[in-house]
Design a protein around this ligand. Structure first.
Ligand code: CTP
Length: 431
C-alpha cells in the first residue's frame, strides 16, 4: 500500500517540506527513513499530527549532520540515545518549527518488570516490535523512490480500521505497566475497544503498578488530564481497577466525574479570562484537572496521595487549598467582600478559581467570581508614602490603616477619593 497522497493531503505544507528534504537526503547516506508510531496512526485516522517521529534505520546523527552540511543550520546530537536535533537555518525556519528531530531505530529490552528499558541501536523491525500496541506499529517509508510505502508487520492497519487496542505480546504490561494507562487513553480518545486478550493481560499486570515511580504514574495521569475527555478515561480506569492500586484514596465517584467532565469548558474559561491573559496566571491544563478531580478529598487524603505521587509544590499547595475551600464553601454565604478577600487571599488564585467553577450555591459562585475578577485588585489611593507624609510613625499601624481603607472600599463604605481622605483622617486620629 502506498500512502503518498495521504501524506500530501494530511500534513501541513511546512511538515511536507521538511519531510521531503530529509527524504531526499537519506538515500545519499544509504539510510532507510520512516515515520512511525503515533504520527502514522494519526495520519491514517486523518487527524493532525504534531510530531513527525522521523526514524532512521542507521545513524540519525550522521543524517542530521549531512542535512546541516547541505542546507545549513546546526546539529545537537545525543549519542547515548542515537538522536539528533537539526536546528533549521533561517530560510527553512517557520513560526511553528525551529528544529527537526531525527531518531535512530532501536531495540528495547527490560531487565525486570516495570524497569526503564535498556535501549540499543536496532533495525526498523526491532523498532516496530518494541512498541506498545499494534495501532502504533505502522511505519511509512520515505527515502527516495520508497516515498509513501506502508509497512505493517503486525496487523496494525486492521486493528486501526476495526478500532482495536491490542498489546503486541504477553509481557507488554509486565515490561511497562504505564502502558495500561496508555491503553485506556487511546481507547477513550478514539472510541476504540481494548481487545479481550489485552484486557486479560491488564488484569494480570495490575500488581506491578505498585512498582512504578511517582513520576512515571503522574506523567501518565497528567497526559490523561490534558485530554478533552479525561472524565471518560478516568471512569474507565476506575472500572478496570487501575486507580486504587496507585493509592486507595484515588477514586473516581460520580461527583468527581461531573466536575472533570467540564474540564474542557473551564479550561476555555481560563484561557479567555482577561485577568489570566494579562497576568499570565493560567494553570497548566493537567493541574486544573487534578484540582477538579481531587477537591473533594480531605487534607489527610491529599497528603497521603502526595506521598505516592509527589505533586509539584505549586500543585500540592493548590490541592490543599481546594480541599479546604470546597469543604467550607457553604460557610461563605453572607460574608462581606472584605471578609471574603481576607480569607481567599491566603489561597493560590488558581485554586479559588477552580472552586468557583464548581461551587454548588450560586451566591458562593458569584462571590468567588467577584473576588477573582475585581475585588483582589482593589486598593486604596493611600500608600505608605502618604502616611509618612502625614507624619504617621512607621510601624505595624501602617498595615492596619491601609487594610481598613481597602476594606472600606471593598464593602462600599468609601466610594470616592474624598471619602477615603475623610476616613483616613479619622483612622489616624483614632489609632
Ligand atoms: N511507546 C511504548 N510504550 C510507552 C511509551 C511509548 O511503546 N510506555 C511507544 C508507542 O509505540 C508510541 C511511541 O513510543 O507510538 C511514541 O510515544 P508517545 O510520543 O508517547 O506516543 P504517541 O503515539 O505519539 O501518542 P500521543 O498521541 O499520545 O502523543
Amino acid at each position: 500500500m502506498n500512502l503518498k497522497s495521504q501524506l500530501e493531503s494530511t500534513l501541513t505544507p511546512d511538515q511536507l517540506r521538511i519531510l521531503q528534504l530529509v527524504a531526499d537526503e537519506a538515500p545519499q547516506s544509504g539510510l532507510p527513513l520512516y515515520i512511525i508510531g503515533g504520527s502514522v496512526r494519526d495520519l491514517i485516522l486523518g487527524s493532525a499530527t504534531k510530531d513527525l517521529d522521523l526514524t532512521v534505520e542507521g545513524d540519525a546523527i550522521a543524517l542530521a549532520r549531512a542535512l546541516a552540511k547541505r542546507h545549513g543550520g546546526k546539529v545537537t546530537a545525543h549519542s547515548k540515545f542515537g538522536t539528533a536535533n537539526w536546528f533549521l537555518p533561517k530560510d527553512l525556519m517557520t513560526e511553528s518549527r525551529e528544529s527537526v528531530d531525527l531518531i535512530s531505530a532501536r531495540s528495547e529490552t527490560y531487565k525486570h518488570p516495570a524497569a526503564l528499558p535498556t535501549v540499543k541501536p536496532g533495525s526498523i523491525t526491532d523498532d516496530i516490535r518494541r512498541r506498545d500496541f499494534t495501532l502504533n506499529t505502522l511505519a511509512i517509508r520515505l527515502d527516495g523512490a520508497h516515498f509513501g510505502e506502508l509497512r505493517d508487520d503486525l496487523g496494525g492497519m486492521d486493528d486501526l480500521k476495526q478500532g482495536i487496542i491490542r498489546a503486541l505480546h504477553q509481557k507488554s504490561f509486565l515490561d511497562d505497566p504505564t502502558r495500561m494507562y496508555r491503553a485506556v487513553r487511546y481507547a477513550e480518545r478514539y472510541g476504540f475497544e481494548i481487545a479481550d486478550e489485552t484486557l486479560a493481560l491488564i488484569h494480570k499486570a495490575r500488581p506491578l503498578i505498585a512498582k512504578l515511580s511517582a513520576q512515571r504514574i503522574r506523567h501518565e495521569l497528567d497526559l490523561i488530564l490534558e485530554e478533552w475527555n479525561a472524565a471518560a478515561m478516568l471512569a474507565r480506569l476506575a472500572d478496570l481497577d487501575l486507580l486504587q492500586p496507585i493509592h486507595p484514596a484515588l477514586t473516581f465517584d460520580s461527583s468527581m466525574r461531573e466536575r472533570v467532565a467540564n474540564l474542557h469548558t473551564y479550561r476555555g474559561l481560563q484561557h479567555l479570562s482577561p485577568w489570566n491573559i494579562t497576568r499570565g496566571e493560567q494553570m497548566n491544563d493537567s493541574d486544573l484537572g487534578w484540582l477538579l478531580w481531587l477537591m473533594s478529598l480531605s487534607q489527610e487524603q491529599v497528603s497521603a496521595l502526595n506521598d505516592r505521587l509527589h505533586f509539584t509544590a505549586d500543585l500540592l499547595a493548590s490541592l490543599f487549598a481546594v480541599s479546604m475551600m470546597f469543604r467550607d464553601q457553604s460557610s461563605f454565604v453572607g460574608w462581606k467582600p472584605s471578609e471574603c478577600v481576607e480569607h481567599l487571599e491566603s489561597f493560590p488564585v488558581n485554586a479559588v478559581e477552580a472552586v468557583g467553577y464548581v461551587a454548588r450555591d450560586p451566591r458562593v459562585k458569584e462571590l468567588f467570581d467577584e473576588y477573582i475578577s475585581k475585588w483582589r485588585y482593589i486598593k486604596p489611593h493611600t500608600t505608605g508614602d502618604t502616611l509618612k507624609a502625614l507624619g504617621v510613625e512607621p510601624g505595624p499601624r501602617y498595615a492596619v490603616i491601609l487594610r481598613q481603607l481597602r476594606n472600606a472600599w471593598l464593602d462600599g463604605e468609601v466610594k470616592t477619593a474624598e471619602e477615603e481622605k475623610r476616613l483616613l483622617k479619622s483612622l489616624i486620629s483614632e489609632n
